[in-house]
Design a protein around this ligand. Structure first.
Ligand code: ADP
Length: 261
């Protein structure tokens, strides 16, 4: 009698062990696939600007170097390609740190109104090239203090504002607004009236390297990591991020922050 019971327990335990191992192996397989896909994406993203830079250098070596105007133009273009590479590597570095949880937050109290204004100032030139107006809704004469990692929130605002300009229409608008949500929460919205996003793409938008326009002829450069970084940063703060978009009408990205009393 005793032995049978023990045998039954043992069998159950062996079953459980086998099941756990199987799950573990499945997990490892998924992780391995993920890693392969990541590496594949990284090399793909680096290839285009590298070949572009190489193209300009080879043309210069091939004789173009003798003409002063062509020389300057090609060197400038090559430099732009290098800039893009630096930008991609910086984003990759950031996403890797965020994903392995290696990026601790430096929480402080700061004025979000001032931060938004300073980000606007940085991108005024970029916006004016497309005749896009940047507006900051409500006359925030008063500071609004929030508790968060200022540098990371600046990155979130930068990525969202840059996107709204990149995917905005000529003569369009980018508007940032702040609203009280509940007692100690505010919601910040970045709204544009640009190209918008088709509904089918929305669930995947925050994945790293996901882009609506995958063609090589895409006019707007970028790493495809901007929104993945935004999502990580907001979630690391235990806050929420939302997106609302209508194709060919515009998009609104919003996120919550904790207000200081
Ligand atoms: P990218 O470097 O391609 O801009 P992101 O992660 O920042 O990468 O954005 C992912 C994709 O989401 C973009 O390629 C674009 O298709 C879409 N997207 C992001 N922001 C907007 C926006 N404001 N309006 C329309 N599409 C957007």
């Amino acid at each position: 009698e005793r032995i049978t019971t023990d045998m039954a327990t043992l069998t159950k335990e062996i079953d459980k062990f086998a099941k756990d191992r199987k799950l573990e192996i499945e997990m490892l397989k998924v992780r391995e696939e993920y890693r392969k896909e990541f590496l594949g994406n990284v090399s793909h993203e680096l290839k285009t600007p590298l070949f572009t830079v190489q193209g300009y250098i080879l043309t210069l070596l091939d004789g173009a170097i003798k003409d002063k105007n062509v020389r300057e133009k090609y060197l400038n273009n090559a430099n732009k390609g290098v800039d893009r590479l630096i930008y991609i590597v910086r984003d990759l570095d950031m996403i890797t740190k965020l994903e392995i949880g290696d990026l601790s937050l430096n929480i402080e109290t700061f004025d979000i109104v001032e931060l938004i204004k300073s980000v606007f100032e940085l991108f005024e030139m970029k916006a004016s090239k497309k005749h896009i107006t940047l507006t900051f809704d409500v006359d925030y004469k008063e500071p609004i203090y929030v508790i968060a990692d200022k540098e990371r929130i600046q990155q979130v605002l930068t990525n969202l504002i840059v996107n709204s300009i990149k995917y905005g229409r000529q003569q369009g608008t980018t508007e940032v607004s702040i609203e009280n949500l509940i007692k100690n929460k505010i919601i910040i919205r970045v709204t544009d009236n640009g190209e918008g996003i088709e509904e089918k793409h929305i669930p995947r938008l925050f994945e790293r390297f996901y882009r609506v326009d995958k063609s090589g002829s895409r006019k707007e450069g970028g790493s495809g990591l901007g929104l993945a970084i935004v999502k990580h940063i907001i979630e690391a703060h235990d806050e929420k991020i939302y997106i609302e978009s209508e194709f060919e009408v515009g998009s609104e990205f919003s996120f919550t922050l904790e207000k200081s009393e």
